[in-house]
Design a protein around this ligand. Structure first.
Ligand SMILES: Cc1ncc(COP(=O)(O)O)c(C=O)c1O
Length: 472
């Protein structure tokens, strides 16, 4: 392991950034008086202070200091059409002007249309909407536990499913490598819950088989991302997904594919289809909401119906009922309008959108690699391999030895293998002073990005690489 001291570089970058962003700095000064750390989502509170965004359109943001920033973070990867696309904002503005959009407390036909598209495109028999990915995965796990009558929940080490009690184990990205992702990354969560969570390594079918042999008959559900997001931007291998499907079927365990990132990202539908498997349940969020807070759980009717009040069920069935209910803002009218508009647009333009995104993604990966290589820095770019030859998602990693592939979070977060501070802290700021925004080296191309934007990214990478090089 090489220990590199980036303290002087970070001080230099912070100074450049602070001098060019006095308004954002001043707002942060006020923000910490009212908001914990100055905001409501830790990831957005980058150091030394976040750029405060004044407006956003397409691939670009404008901050309070007037900088135009090319954005590759795009609303936590929700904005596949870029920021505030007219395809979504026009119908929303018309609806609001015409007396439809804020919460009514009733239900409407829009919700039916939206659910129909989502069911059709994901092979789900029934849907229910909620407002965040974390709630969706929590409800999916509750459904899996109720359906099987079992306690144990299996998840992947480094798999992020939102901040909810069953999902906060195995997400200590930096400490996880040493402890096999067995730690719980939050106070306030009952041990009675986290003790029921088992953790298995990503893309390791053999270990998965061992775990099922040992505890499969006590497991309620296995939740996994087909494209691991926070864990390093890597698709699950065909073998891993296949093993997950076969083992869950063999042991009567509910397979939940968490497609909050992956859904509608690589095709106008679920990613599970790329593996030719159908999970029992799937969770969706981000893109499907068209920039509004929409998430969903979908899947087999006999499991989903546990969320309902169906008349015909037996007493035992009713006793298994899951309170996937409440939610003042669930299936909010404006959100459903944005969701229906977004998904219809992606379905109608699927044949142009996804190949173009894949091509730009490939171009971006190549451009980034070349830009760093020109300064003698090896960067490993994940996001576009396995079942995803054409992917709009990419993440930069800086392994000390270039020859070994990165296939799971413990590869990417191992400080003996990869330069973690460079990937997770230094690069973000080095790029931001070049007017490109990436978060923890995560990036996603939207349809609003152009080849000129990719060239701009290349130049920014080269400038950042020049700044970083003396500290390696
Ligand atoms: C795969 C996955 N599942 C669930 C979530 C949680 O979604 P939300 O942030 O909407 O609660 C996320 C968020 O990044 C995610 O990437």
């Amino acid at each position: 392991m090489k220990v590199r001291d980036y303290t002087p570089l970070m001080a230099k970058l912070s100074d450049i950034y602070a001098r060019r962003s006095p308004y954002s700095k001043a707002i942060q000064g006020q923000a910490v008086n009212y908001l914990v750390d100055g905001g409501s989502h830790t990831l957005r509170l980058i150091k030394p202070f976040p750029p405060r965004i004044a407006s956003a359109r397409g691939a670009w943001l404008t901050d309070e200091d007037g900088h135009k920033i090319m954005d590759l973070w795009q609303g936590h990867m929700a904005n596949i059409l870029g920021h505030n696309p007219r395809e979504i904002t026009t119908p929303l503005a018309e609806a609001l002007g015409g007396g439809f959009g804020l919460q009514t407390g009733f239900t409407d036909r829009l919700q039916v249309d939206t659910a129909r598209i989502l069911c059709d495109r994901t092979g789900s028999e029934r849907m229910r909407f909620t407002t965040s990915g974390a709630l969706a995965t929590m409800y999916a796990i509750m459904l899996g536990r109720a359906f099987t009558g079992r306690e144990l929940v299996l998840k992947v080490g480094g798999g992020w499913h939102g901040s909810q009690p069953w999902a906060l184990k195995g997400i200590d990205y930096h400490g996880g490598v040493g402890n096999g992702y067995q730690a719980v990354e939050s106070n306030g969560v009952p041990a009675a819950v986290t003790d029921q969570v088992l953790v298995t390594p990503f893309n390791d079918p053999e270990r998965l088989r061992d775990l099922f042999r040992a505890s499969g008959d006590q497991m309620a559900c296995f939740i996994m991302e087909p494209f691991i997001g926070v864990g390093g931007y890597m698709p699950a291998s065909q073998e891993f997904v296949q093993a997950a499907r076969e083992l869950t079927q063999q042991y009567g365990v509910v397979l939940i594919l968490d497609e909050v990132i992956a859904g509608f990202r690589f095709r106008a539908g679920n990613m599970g289809a790329l593996y030719d498997i159908q999970p029992d349940l799937a969770t969706f969020g981000k893109i499907i909401g068209g920039g509004m807070p929409v998430a969903a759980v979908g899947g087999r009717a006999e499991i989903m119906e546990l969320a309902g009040l169906s008349e015909g069920g037996s007493r035992a069935y009713k006793a298994a009922r899951v309170k996937f209910s409440g939610g003042t803002y669930s299936a909010h009218p404006a959100s459903m309008l944005a969701a229906r508009t977004m998904m219809s647009y992606l379905v109608d333009h699927e044949a142009e959108i996804y190949p173009r995104l894949g091509k730009l993604g490939e171009q971006a990966r190549r451009t980034v690699r070349d830009a760093f290589a020109a300064e003698g820095i090896y960067v490993h770019v994940t996001g576009g391999d396995g079942v995803l030859p054409g992917s709009s998602m990419f993440m930069l990693h800086f392994p000390f030895e270039p020859d070994r592939p990165l296939v799971c979070p413990s590869d990417c977060f191992d400080p003996a293998r990869c330069d973690i501070p460079l990937c997770h802290t230094v690069l973000d700021l080095a790029m931001l002073v070049e007017d490109v925004f990436m978060l923890h080296s995560h990036a996603g191309i939207s349809t609003a990005h152009t080849e000129a934007d990719i060239a701009f990214l290349g130049e920014a990478c080269q400038h950042a690489a020049r700044r970083i090089k003396p500290y390696l």
